[in-house]
Design a protein around this ligand. Structure first.
Ligand SMILES: [Zn+2]
Length: 79
């Protein structure tokens, strides 16, 4: 049986800390203000690292191009 992860080492200051057991996600940063800032930066980075989010801004452009293409080729969609 696996032990629950109720403590961790902060990725920012490298200090051991006890994580909030109610927290759904595994905490990787302690509660210091600096480390919470680092956590925010890391989560933004992680969000951008996901392939579906990397396309987030490109997709808006892409969708506009598809709409233009659909206008130019209305018959294609009739079947
Ligand atoms: Zn920390």
């Amino acid at each position: 049986m696996k032990k629950p992860h109720n403590h961790g080492k902060c990725l920012n200051c490298n200090e051991l800390f006890v994580a909030n057991y109610r927290s759904r996600e595994r905490q990787r940063f302690c509660s210091k203000a600096d480390c919470q800032k680092a956590r925010k930066r890391a989560s933004q980075k992680a969000w951008l690292a996901k392939p579906e989010n990397q396309n987030y801004f490109r997709d808006a452009e892409h969708a506009a191009r598809i709409r233009q293409w659909q206008k130019a080729h209305p018959d294609y969609w009739k079947n």
